[in-house]
Design a protein. Sequence first.
Length: 209
Amino acid sequence: MRIYLANHSSPTLHYLAGRYLGRIGWLLTPDGFKSCKPRPWIPMAFDNGAFSAYQNKTEWNEEAWLEMLKKIDRLNIEPEWVLAPDCVGDKDETLKMFYIYRYHLSSRNFKTFFAVQDGCLPQDVPTTAHGIFVGGTLAWKWKTLSMWCKAFKRVHVGRVNRPNRLIQCYKEKVESVDGTGWFRRPPLEWQDELETFFNKHSDTKEKQK
């Protein structure tokens, strides 16, 4: 399972990315992409900035998202996947946005992830999505996680910021997670938590390679 450390660049992150090659990545929003210089050894996926807008009670910035896609092109980055625009907690609006904006991703051959929201069922996920991002409200997300993991091969879970949640996702065979809450604690604390997780929970997919 890969852990994407979102919108963050520090010696601790680069140390972990080097030591646990392929198991640490970056999930960057349009704002985060401005301050994180791409490194070839760090897998990169791209968020859309909708959750930050939701938290700050501001309107989602379509222009910034489109500019991010152009920048990915200019730098010849091959992202692991890109999250289609979504509306936090709103299933119907998220579906509408997916169909409005999917061309910007498919025309670039980006693997597109769809953010499932409160009320979504597996049959609601567009068939053109390459994977799902389990978003929505916290209670709904953890309540429905097993359902998503049974229905889809490629599952990413947002806002995973504690060791117990990492272990839960690992046991469900989630492909990847992300979180920014780690950085609200001292670097040595979250570094130790991630190293302990990696050392105790080896990635079977890596072993098979």
